[in-house]
Design a protein around this ligand. Structure first.
Ligand code: PA5
Length: 490
């Protein structure tokens, strides 16, 4: 069977020159670090306590319980058959994966045409911003009686999602009356958080109200699409089994200890070398496919939150052999490549100028789609474009972009995707998750936490008067106000 492939020809000095490309010797020098990273990742992933404590449970998502999936599919079908619209509330990992799935696996213009959607509900995403304009417009125009709401928040505390849900809940209650909770599904932590509390209270009164799909323990937000995104897939008619099968098969390929035969490891190794030895901190993710644009945005979060870290990792082994990872305060590293989403061919007319002639500090990843779902043949005979197909042109444009980058000694690589199907999309997601985890190992940082996002949250909580903030946090904010000199505002 065809599979996703990784073409890394243009990462080497033989393609892009000594200064900007990887040499075979660079790989040899890393062989011990690669073997250590493989064994460490394997060790923590087979230890149940480590895997859950360290947020590595996502590795097992492709093999989820089949009965649980059937239940999600049944619920999804019930919602799809009954409602015109679904509003999905969530942010970060509770949003980007769903958007990526919808863009890749549902027909383009899904919301606009009922026939394309096969009469499934329209899907609207909210709770991913505090800009009041979009939610306001949406609620003004939706009919609460025909709208189902999914609220996704692992912590149940995230301000953006919580605020949107408060407004949406009041809107539903007003439009429907006391049984409004039957039009809500909550996806949240099985034990903690204010959303969980709300679910438990509502369920005591009415078992059909605030139905809940639990998030698995040990699956962090950005690694959780194959868990929290399943209901959304079921509603939109995406083949969940195929997504999981693709992920599973990719997981098998990427478990090979030999990195020369493991595309996820190879991707991480080459990027690490170019980042650390050749000064390439910028990662351009450029699918040549409109439908994969949101997948590039999903990858931005995966890379930025997983690998953008201030401190190195300190590993301690407990008496039962499981591990605890902490930040090593003695070792400030400030690591992490900066991801930039782009898409071909659209952005060949914007960011590409900088990729070609700007600072040579970037590595571009292309995603090349071999077969599109549909094609268009250009009419006539007199134009050079006549008789050509769009699919030929987009592939030629991708090849041309590779060539142009190579000519300017700009390293790049290509993920070759046979087609944008549920199977290959599941494989693509899992490929990126494994390679990110492996890159975290090579950099010796914790790829599964995101302490950096706490700063803005704490500041907001402090200003909003939240109880229970750690005194050190309150003190820091109180003693270090933002200073605005009017002289510098003109
Ligand atoms: O990857 C992560 O863990 C984060 O990006 C979260 O997904 C994001 O902050 C949303 O969190 P929550 O699902 O708790 O609302």
């Amino acid at each position: 069977m065809e599979r996703l492939k990784f073409d890394f020809n243009n990462m080497f000095s033989s393609s892009v020159g000594e200064e900007h490309g990887v040499k075979e010797d660079d790989l040899n020098q890393m062989s011990q670090a690669i073997a250590d990273a493989h064994h460490h990742l394997l060790k923590v992933s087979v230890n149940d306590s480590s895997r859950i404590r360290l947020n590595l449970e996502w590795m097992r998502l492709p093999l989820q319980d089949k009965n649980a999936i059937k239940k999600i599919q049944t619920l999804g079908r019930q919602i799809a058959n009954k409602y015109e619209s679904v509003v999905s509330l969530g942010i970060g990992g509770s949003y980007l994966g769903l958007l990526a799935a919808q863009s890749a696996l549902c027909p383009p213009y899904y919301n606009d045409f009922s026939l394309l959607r096969k009469k499934n509900p329209k899907i609207y995403f909210e709770g991913n911003n505090l800009d009041p304009d979009t939610l306001h417009a949406l609620l003004k125009n939706l009919n609460p009686k025909k709208t189902f709401v999914i609220v996704i928040s692992k912590s149940g505390e995230t301000t953006e999602t919580k605020a949107a849900f408060m407004v949406v809940e009041a809107w539903l209650k007003k439009g429907i009356g006391k049984n409004y909770g039957r039009q809500i599904v909550v996806i949240t932590d099985p034990e903690t958080g204010s959303l969980r509390k709300k679910v438990d209270e509502a369920q005591k009164k009415d078992i059909l109200s605030f139905r809940s799909l639990p998030l698995l323990k040990g699956v962090g937000g950005r690694f959780s699409e194959l868990n929290m995104g399943l209901l959304h897939m079921a509603i939109t008619g995406v083949d969940i089994e195929e997504v999981l099968r693709g992920a599973h098969d990719m997981g098998k390929i990427c478990s090979n200890a030999d990195f020369t035969r493991n595309p996820a490891y190879m991707y991480a190794v080459l990027h690490t070398i170019l980042y650390r030895k050749h000064g390439k901190p910028i990662a351009i993710m450029m699918p040549f496919s409109e439908t994969l644009k949101a997948t590039a945005e999903w990858y931005v979060q995966l890379l930025a939150e997983s690998l953008g870290k201030k401190f190195s990792r300190k590993v301690s082994v407990l008496a039962d052999g499981s591990e605890v990872w902490e930040r090593d305060p003695a070792n400030i590293v400030n690591l992490g490549r900066t991801p930039i989403p782009a898409r071909g061919t659209n952005d060949l007319h914007s960011i590409q100028q900088n990729n070609i002639e700007g600072e040579n500090n970037k590595v571009t990843t292309f995603i090349r789609v071999e077969r599109f779902r549909n094609d268009l043949k250009l009419p006539g005979k007199s134009d050079i474009l006549s008789g050509k197909k769009f699919s030929e042109l987009i592939k030629l444009a991708q090849e041309a972009t590779e060539w142009a980058l190579v000519r300017q000694e700009r390293p790049n690589c290509t993920i070759i995707m046979p087609a944008v199907t549920s199977y290959y999309w599941g494989a693509l997601l899992f490929f990126f998750e494994i390679t990110t985890a492996f890159e975290g190992e090579l950099l010796n940082i914790n790829a599964f936490d995101q302490p950096g996002v706490e700063g803005y949250k704490n500041y907001m909580y402090y200003k909003l008067g939240k109880q229970g903030l750690a005194p050190s946090v309150s003190e820091e904010i109180k003693n270090n106000p933002l200073v605005k000199n009017p002289k510098y505002i003109i």
